[in-house]
Ligand binder design. Sequence first.
Ligand code: ZN
Ligand code: ZN
Length: 347
Amino acid sequence: MNKYKGVIHVHSIFSDGSGDIQTITKAAKRAGIKWLIITDHNNTDIEEGIINGVCAIKGEEISPEKQNHYLALGIEKPITGNNPDEFIYQVKEAGGFGFIAHPDEGIERKNSSEAIKWTADDSNADGIEIWNWFSQWADNYNDKNIFTVIWSYFFAHNKIKKPYAVTLSRWDRLNNNTRKIIPAIAGVDAHALKISKYIIPVTVFSYNKMFKTLANVIYTEEPLKGSFEKQKNIILNALRNGNNVILNRKVFDKIPVIEIENKKEKVYAGQSIELDENTYLNIKLHKISQIKVLLDGREIWMLKAGECSLKITKSGKYRVEIAIKDNGWIYTNPIQVYEVKFFERNN
Ligand SMILES: [Zn+2]
Ligand SMILES: [Zn+2]
């Protein structure tokens, strides 16, 4: 399996970001990112292609006025509107798919700005952004005095420890209500805001800084090579199927091994495998970490280890969360373990 680090949820000059495609892809290259997805508000005008060695793909952040932002991928033209049921349907009709953006923004908000939550039905969405770096920062900073603002800027990652529990429960509920896998992603929500009211204009949360926070590591059979269209397809298919894990690079910028194997094969995030008498969840990390394994959203194992092989005897969706000193490091998409009934096997 090939593994490639990418970032999702980036704003450019075509909405409220400050960078053009050159600035964004150069920053991504410097941050060690192979691919990225630019999602401007209600706009898809950004150029896409393999630019500065980075596979830059355009999507859109469908942004109704007050609530219900939705990251739409695999679409050519912008889709807009205020009714989530309608635009989710239009994205599917156009051959695309999407992720609910920052659904529980504001849950811990300490400042005066208004939060943008998901207030509509979430059951038709294809996927969910379970962690949004900038949104969580904005929830946590306190705008009452300039020193706390500066402090929260420079020590931002101290505040952004893990996805909101309420968002993880939302994701588990969506997965428990269907047989298919509802994939999750992490978004950076990078804008590289330019503030010019001071003597020297400053850029806060530059693209480069943001691209070193939350990444999505995709697992692909095929290597990312060849034409842009080919690479774009590989990346979008991986995200559509949930063949990715979320990596918090601020905690530890390494990709561990997390797989389920049986007598015949090995599978990764977003895939499925038949339960047999030799089915194991294998985890290999670079250092001892806190490992939490969930089956259909319920915690079934909690251990501190650097390596483990856990015997699986029940079918369902397995996902893994890994933390180091209580800082969320890895969140995998579920792996589906299924049972083939005796009569099916014999027919
Ligand atoms: Zn948004
Ligand atoms: Zn955004």
